[in-house]
Ligand binder design. Structure first.
Ligand code: A3P
Length: 377
């Protein structure tokens, strides 16, 4: 591209042949000619410096753009020039890096109104129902009701009628779907029929977790809630075993984890294809996958990107990247992701054995099985 200094001089000397000036006689003409060649040489040196400066500028700019794109993820959250896929990192970013999320809600639509939910997360408690709801709420075409309504599971609420229930919903646009979640519905005998009467083609979402771990999580919550009121809740062993040392089926927390007994009531009213099951244990370690599957079930289109989730080491769970405009915190509150109490190995084994056949019955009913034998407490 650039000429060497010697080449340049030769070239200039060749092209600046002093035929006119030489015709003029005397040393004056030669001196003039030498001066003009020197001037040209000087200006060509300037040109070369400018070229070098330009090349440096271009290289620095390219490096800067690449650095910016790589550090913002190269995904859809990076504007314009950064949105080329070849720069997308393969791995999720770790830790507390909080940049603007890529799934900004688009509050543009027709006919804003409060609508009855077209989808309901109906259980199961302590399986990750809040995380699921919050994550689905990131979708621009999903509006979530953050308050558990306990409408179908509570006679007083239910007697207020569907119009009351509709009033409790957040406003949504025509193209959006509304989701309500009340984990209690799963274990409530009346809820399936009542929901069926509201809308027999409603989409139902059930999030499940290893029943033993779910029990521990439920217990940890009871201990914490009692502690808030200065009450010491009895040890787990005392609650979970009867006087003969057998698993106590009268204990509510055990009852909730016997999934097959509850799902039977739902299958009386709804087809299995109407119930989407989310793996709560997997939601903890790979939220993107479970949310992607739920998006498919809800028919809302795939909008929640993988890079919206980041693993927060302090929390020990995945959280959501936030926009500066967002008011909600990136991670779920401290009531989600509690430390579970230490449990005696023998008790764990006893519970595992107790749930084995019950889980099997459940798997047969839902035509799917889960690996609930390796305990991750
Ligand atoms: P633990 O508190 O026992 O760990 P629910 O919302 O139905 O009450 O479920 C609470 C559980 O959600 C928590 O139980 C936690 O394990 C789980 N969970 C799943 N994803 C989570 C997340 N991203 N942040 C916090 N908790 C999450």
């Amino acid at each position: 591209m650039s000429l060497g200094s010697d080449d340049l001089q030769t070239s200039l000397l060749q092209h600046a042949t002093p035929d006119v000036t030489l015709r003029r006689s005397g040393s004056c003409a030669v001196a003039e000619w030498i001066t003009s060649v020197k001037a040209r040489l000087r200006s060509s040196k300037n040109l070369r410096s400018k070229l070098i400066a330009l090349v440096i500028l271009v290289v620095v700019t390219v490096i800067l753009i690449m650095y910016t794109c790589l550090s913002c993820g190269g995904g859809t959250q990076c504007a314009g020039i950064c949105s080329f896929s070849s720069l997308k990192p393969m791995k999720l970013k770790a830790d507390d890096e909080v940049t603007c999320n890529s799934t900004e809600k688009a509050f543009i639509g027709k006919n804003p109104a409060k609508r009855l939910p077209q989808a309901i997360i109906f259980g199961v408690r302590k399986a990750g129902t809040r995380a699921l709801l919050e994550f689905l709420g990131l979708h621009p075409d999903i509006v979530v009701n953050v308050v558990e309504q306990h409408f179908f599971s509570n006679d007083v609420n239910y007697s207020k009628g569907l119009e009351y229930y509709r009033e409790q919903m957040p406003a949504s646009y025509e193209q959006q779907i509304t989701i309500e979640k009340t984990p209690k519905y799963f274990i409530d005998i009346m809820a399936p029929e009542r929901i069926y009467r509201m809308n027999h083609s409603v989409k139902l979402i059930l999030i499940l977790r290893d029943p033993v771990v779910r029990l521990f999580s439920d217990y940890a919550q009871l201990v914490a809630k009692n502690k808030e009121n200065n009450i010491t809740y009895p040890p787990l062993e005392e609650m979970v075993l009867d006087e003969n040392g057998e698993v106590n089926l009268d204990y509510k927390l055990v009852q909730v984890s016997v999934y097959y007994k509850h799902i039977i009531h739902w299958l009386e009213f709804f087809d299995l294809h109407q119930i989407h099951i989310v793996d709560g244990d997997k939601l903890i370690i790979d939220p993107y996958y479970e949310i992607y599957e739920a998006e498919k079930f809800l028919g809302v289109g795939h909008k929640i990107q993988r890079d919206i989730f980041f693993f927060n080491k302090t929390k020990g769970f995945y959280c959501v990247r936030q926009c500066t405009s967002s008011t909600s915190p990136p991670c779920l509150g401290e009531t989600k992701g509690r430390q579970h109490p230490p449990v005696d190995k023998k008790l764990v084994e006893k519970l595992r054995t107790f749930f084995e056949d019950k889980n099997e019955k459940f798997f047969q009913l839902i035509h799917r099985s889960f690996n609930w034998t390796t305990l991750i407490v």
